[in-house]
Design a protein around this ligand. Structure first.
Ligand code: HEM
Ligand code: 2DC
Length: 469
């Protein structure tokens, strides 16, 4: 018979003491390393308590499968307390990110139709390619300007602008013009606000929402200010589209954007549309841009892999006569390279679900309503799951053999990432276009680690060189 819950290994008795120790050893920026160490110490399952939050942590794909297969139709993940606290404090509506139960489900089903369904997604290709082409044009101009036949820089901010431009093009059907020399200060403020919002979340991650609102710390005030800027900028964009739609300034011939289509369907209240569109706009900046930065870094360090990908892309281009939709169907290795990037550099340190029924994990009984976390970062670097995990080897995803619950970077099931298809397309098209035009290089000597800043990001600037082919 399975072992009882109380016998799980781990430190789960003294929540506040654990939180204090965690804070003292610099845990805030090292959640991913601490988890990896705990799996070493306790094995493939451990129980933990930080502040008021208790969880069970797992690392194996098999356990992840058990967890997700029991998640039911209304899956819930850990609700990030400062995000909830902000919305309650300002009386802002929740979007799908924070809604639960049937309210989440009905919004999510409507959104899926306009954001995830294969038919709609194909329509994003021209919009996202266009932004990619602008990035290439800009990169060429920068090469020109340098007078040195290459462009070397920390691309963080360039990629933030690329990512915001991309997600806004599909959301609003309009260009912001962020890849020009002049950048709209409002857009820049939005980008800075999203980074600040993530950055100020992690120190408050393990404190209950009710406490946060009454704690008038600098972190909380900065957090509120960041969300205020995010909501007000998103509102401006949304109002613009709404006005254009009412004045019939939108041409119904071309694709009008996700927001327009949601409004015209008239199935969701405008406030709910606004809340979720705001979340998508904010969710579309740091996630894809950081992943692209990591991808270029890995390709720069593995010139052989880079050449293989370039050969694949150029062959696909020839065969499809430049038709991007067709090209996307044949670039298997490039897609694997993105998966491989996210294995080593996931955006989310864990995936989480509350159990709804009793499940058995590693032969322990886990009762209903337990928060279970899949250690995504730890799994990606576990040699039991991925042999020679430190090697960047996209081919591993194409080799024969089971890949059951190994590629979980966007989560799983009905609650998986809403922006998944946008993110994937945006990254595939960007990398295709870069590979067609530039060689990616980096200084080999610099080791880059990972830092937890709510999402996982590089711990120091990455300098990359783009050299025209
Ligand atoms: C949720 C990853 C890009 C919007 C999530 C989750 C993960 C994730 C792991 C939780 C899924 C789960 O619990 O099963 C990523 C990665 C990205 C990315 C790796 C890019 C590399 C985006 C983009 C958008 C977005 C571009 C916006 C268009 C969202 C939203 C949710 C979510 C709204 C919450 C969905 C819900 O609760 O129903 N993402 N994401 N993400 N993501 Fe993303
Ligand atoms: C952070 O312990 C660590 O995609 C916590 O686009 C558990 C946790 C819960 C939810 C995760 C979060 C972590 C990391 C960031 C995620 C988030 C769910 C969605 C969000 C993964 C792992 C993200 C980045 C969204 C953000 C949208 C937002 C800006 C409106």
């Amino acid at each position: 018979t399975p072992r009882p819950f109380n016998q799980l290994p781990g430190e789960w008795r003294a929540g506040w003491l654990n939180l204090y120790r965690f804070w003292q050893e610099g845990g805030l920026n090292n959640v991913h390393h601490i988890m990896a160490r705990k799996f070493q110490q306790f094995g493939p399952i451990y129980r933990e308590k930080l502040g008021v939050y208790e969880s069970v942590n797992i690392i194996s794909p098999r356990d992840a499968a058990t967890l997700f297969q029991a998640e039911g139709t209304l899956p819930e993940r850990f609700s990030v307390p400062p995000w909830v606290a902000y919305r309650d404090f300002r009386n802002k509506p929740y979007g799908v990110l924070l809604k639960t139960g049937e309210a989440w489900r009905s919004d999510r089903l409507m959104l899926n139709k306009e954001v995830l369904s294969p038919q709609v997604v194909e329509g994003f290709v021209p919009l996202l390619s266009q932004v990619g082409e602008d990035f290439i044009r800009r990169a060429r101009a920068q090469v020109e300007k340098s007078g040195r036949e290459h462009w070397t820089a920390d691309f963080t901010h360039e990629l933030f602008r690329f990512a915001l431009e991309s997600v806004c093009h599909v959301l609003y059907g309009e260009r912001l013009g962020l890849l020009q020399d002049f950048v709209d200060p409002d857009a820049q403020r939005f980008i800075d606000a999203v980074s600040l919002m993530f950055h100020t979340t992690s120190p408050m991650l393990y404190l209950p929402p009710a406490l946060l609102r009454h704690l008038n710390t600098k972190t909380w005030r900065d957090h509120v200010q960041a969300w205020d800027a995010i909501f007000s900028q998103a509102d401006k964009c949304i109002q613009n589209v709404y006005r254009d739609l009412r004045l019939q300034r939108k041409s119904t011939k071309e694709y009008m954007g996700i927001l327009c289509n949601l409004i015209m369907r008239d199935k969701l209240p405008l406030d709910d549309i606004r809340a979720s569109v705001t979340e998508m706009m904010a969710g579309g900046v740091d996630t894809t841009s950081m992943t692209l930065q990591w991808a270029m870094f890995e390709l720069a360090r593995a010139p052989g892999v880079q050449e293989q990908l370039r050969a694949e892309v150029l062959a696909a281009k020839r065969e499809a006569a430049g038709d991007r939709v067709k090209m996307l169907k044949t670039i298997r290795l490039l897609k694997a390279a993105i998966k491989e990037t996210l294995r080593l550099h996931p955006v989310a340190v864990t995936l989480q679900r509350y159990t709804t029924q009793e499940v058995i994990l590693q032969d322990y009984c886990i009762p209903p309503k337990t928060l279970v976390q899949v250690g995504l970062y730890a799994m990606g670097r576990d040699p039991e799951v991925f042999p020679k995990p430190e090697q960047f080897r996209p081919q591993r995803w194409l080799a024969a053999g089971p890949k059951h619950f190994q590629g979980l970077s966007f989560g799983f099931g009905p609650r998986q990432c809403l922006g998944r298809r946008i993110a994937e397309l945006e990254m595939q098209l960007f990398l295709m276009q870069i590979l067609e035009n530039f060689k990616i290089e980096t200084m080999r000597a610099v080791e880059i680690g990972t830092k937890f800043d709510l999402i996982l990001i590089p711990d120091k600037p990455i300098y990359l060189t783009l050299r025209p082919l």
